[in-house]
Design a protein around this ligand. Sequence first.
Ligand code: CO8
Length: 258
Amino acid sequence: MTDYTTILVEQRGRVGWITLNRPEALNALNSTLVSELAHAASVFDADEQIGAIVLTGSARAFAAGADIKEMADKTPVEMSLRNPFAGLEEFSRVRTPVVAAVAGYALGGGCELAMTCDIILAADTATFGQPEINLGVIPGLGGTQRLTRAVGYYKAAELVLTGRTMDATEAERAGLVSRVVPAGDLLAEAERVAEAIASKSLPVAYAAKEALRASQETTAAEGLRFERALFTSLFALDDQKEGMAAFREKRAANFTHR
Ligand code: CO8
């Protein structure tokens, strides 16, 4: 865990923290950072002691996008066969709920990375956008898809086609961020949210995330069927019995993640 060069990793209680740490490049996502991020997240994801992950950057930048300097001279073959961003897709598929704590720039791949998370908490200093069109490309990791689902076609189209960025207030109003908090409170708030999630039953949190993801990836009819099947299956868990017994007995539930 200590060998990473572009991220910082820490476990606090049941919460795994990943901090992007390339300050010289505003946390631009180069291939090393992407593979380290995917690795750290998969280690947390495989650890039953971790009930939530927080992903954050610095006060100045969550991430200012894919690393333009690393990417500039790539060929289509290199971008597809040796896709330097494959780790971001891996990261987007972790089962553990992920809270993005975003301050400063979340642009291009940085905005897309935030959108692979489940909750986006934004500092009032955050700036979101998909400025790829200014570089002669389009978003490549969900900026035309997840952003459209989050803020609607017309808002997303304006951002993607013009490259305009939006501040945290506009992003919250548009539905991209879960909540805006004062910059000084961002990490404490992220910790509170992550701890709240991590205090629940882990398999139930996995199921909730899977069902939420289905809402972004399938038709409503399929999503509803999937949700019902998952809901029904949870009655096999000790934690369902415990949660409902605790309610009847007017006490806090003691989940064993089984
Ligand atoms: N890549 C590489 N280096 C960067 C990046 C980046 N995305 N962003 C900033 N940096 C570097 C700068 O080059 C600079 O380095 P140096 O001091 O060596 O010149 C350092 O970080 C500080 O940046 P600035 O001096 O530019 O700081 P400013 O405060 O003046 O400006 C900005 C901050 C506005 C954020 C500016 O840096 C900027 O516009 N950055 C680029 C933003 C951008 O265009 N992002 C989109 C990139 S493309 C992308 O993300 C596509 C994803 C596709 C995924 C595909 C999956 C298959």
